[in-house]
Design a protein around this ligand. Structure first.
Ligand SMILES: Cc1ncc(COP(=O)(O)O)c(C=O)c1O
Length: 433
């Protein structure tokens, strides 16, 4: 066992080796034993154009032939990366107007947090540095990104800087609402609790709030009615920046180009990765408003440089792949395409929502979830589905669904038929009850 595998029990992997994937064909992957699966979560919510798109392969190869590497440090840049920056800026929601490139989602989150600190220092607000993050939020594996993540297994044993994080609740209406509480009441209570937390901790100690427009790895939690409007009002009152983590929701997933558009969010900073290159190249970015950028630019000018960046940030091959990905998204008429496929999924979700053991089926665009009553039921369903040829993502009681945009209607039917059949298989007692 030469690898220490991420998010895997290393001892369990010694006796039960991870399934080894050898090749991909659009939405399907095949393992080394010849078993083929439809991947209903696009790998890690990222392979939005399937696993071997010929145009992305050609774009990477052509860029490698032309210029396989150059950097963006100390007075150099890549022509193709500048082109991508312009193209992204034209697409960004709200007042976002500048981008900074890194390689992974975690690096984008680390960069965004450092930018918040730099910004607050430049404004003379030296104590305003802690970041509010939510239970169940996932923001990556860097020191700060793991601390922001609201999952204890990302903290335990790692000594991540939890003292820099102020934790608030997750907006999971289904599980956490009080009896008789409407969605809007629930959102207002969440906002009141946020306000109380900020007052208790001291608004002058808090620099930013980070949140995924819809939570992904925390269980595909779609924001309840009014949630983001209420939260933004509280943040604005206390002069707290908003970082939208769009690493899963960005580039069409929720039925708009960005989750910020789906839920009326106006962030000061925004992180993106994954579907930016359809996962064919590790590339991420932080977007920021002109307000944030200008404060940072002036401070950095005073010091003679902006002392932050990574060797492969804005990699020319990643930029070429991202540009081709954007071309493909535009040609497929992205939000409309995702919404049409999402509507197709909706009919099957409705039927599955009424199956035994299922608490709720929910969806925004092509981001969907089936929440079972118990973790055990969900685990049994996901295992049965894998035996039946489809990969889903198990998150506690939640079965996550986020298929590639290149899935055909037949592929989606196969995914949902398999899910339904797998639920029937593992819930036989209740089926006949
Ligand atoms: C919302 C969100 N933020 C950040 C990350 C971290 O990205 P990466 O794994 O590329 O470091 C992820 C990864 O799943 C994510 O879903």
């Amino acid at each position: 066992m030469a690898q220490l595998y991420p998010f895997t029990d290393p001892r369990a992997a010694e006796t039960h080796a991870p399934r080894s994937i050898a090749k991909g064909d659009n939405v399907r992957v095949t393992d080394t034993e010849g078993n083929t699966f439809v991947d209903a979560v696009s790998g890690l919510w990222c392979a939005s154009l399937g696993f071997n798109h010929p145009r992305l392969i050609r774009a990477a190869e052509a860029q490698m032939q032309k210029l396989a590497f150059y950097h963006g440090f100390m007075g150099r840049t890549c022509e193709v990366t500048d082109r991508l920056a312009k193209r992204l800026v034209a697409r960004l929601p709200g007042d976002l107007s500048h981008v900074f490139f890194a390689t992974s989602g975690s690096e984008a989150v680390e960069s965004a947090v450092k930018m918040v600190r730099y910004y607050q220092n430049a404004r003379g607000k030296h104590g305003k540095k802690r970041i509010i993050a939510r239970e169940g939020g996932y923001h990556g594996s860097g020191q700060m990104a793991a601390a922001l993540t609201g999952m204890s297994y990302c903290h335990d044993g790692f000594d991540v800087p939890l003292d820099m994080v102020v934790r608030v609740g997750r907006p999971h209406y289904l599980r956490d609402a009080e009896p008789g509480e409407t969605e809007l009441d629930f959102s207002r209570r969440m906002a009141r609790e946020l306000d109380q937390t900020i007052r208790r901790e001291g608004p002058d100690t808090i620099g930013a709030f980070i949140g995924e427009p819809a939570m992904g790895s925390g269980g595909v939690i779609l924001p309840p009615e009014g949630y983001w409007a209420e939260v933004q009002e509280v943040l604005a009152k206390h002069d707290i920046l908003l970082i939208a983590d769009e690493i899963i929701t960005g580039f069409g997933r929720t039925g708009n180009w960005f989750g910020c558009e789906t839920w009326g969010i106006k962030p000061d900073l925004m992180t993106m990765a994954k579907q930016m290159t359809a996962a064919y190249f590790p590339m991420s970015a932080v977007a920021m408003t002109a307000q944030v950028r200008d404060v940072i630019a002036d401070a950095a000018h005073g010091m003679g440089t902006f002392g932050h960046g990574v060797t492969y940030g804005g990699h020319p091959v990643g930029a070429a792949v991202a540009l081709e990905t954007l071309d493909i998204y535009e040609e497929m008429d992205l939000p409309n395409h995702v919404n049409a496929l999402g509507d197709h999924l909706a009919q099957a979700l409705e039927i599955i929502g009424a199956q035994p053991g299922v608490l709720e089926a929910r969806r925004a665009g092509l981001l969907a979830a089936v929440e079972m009553n118990t973790n055990e039921d969900a685990e049994a369903v996901v295992e049965a589905a894998e035996r039946n040829g489809v990969f889903f993502r198990l998150i506690g009681p939640v079965i996550a669904i986020a298929p590639p945009y290149t899935a055909s209607r037949d592929d989606l039917d196969e995914v949902m038929r398999t899910l339904s059949k797998s639920i029937e298989e593992v819930m036989p007692v209740m089926t006949t009850a």
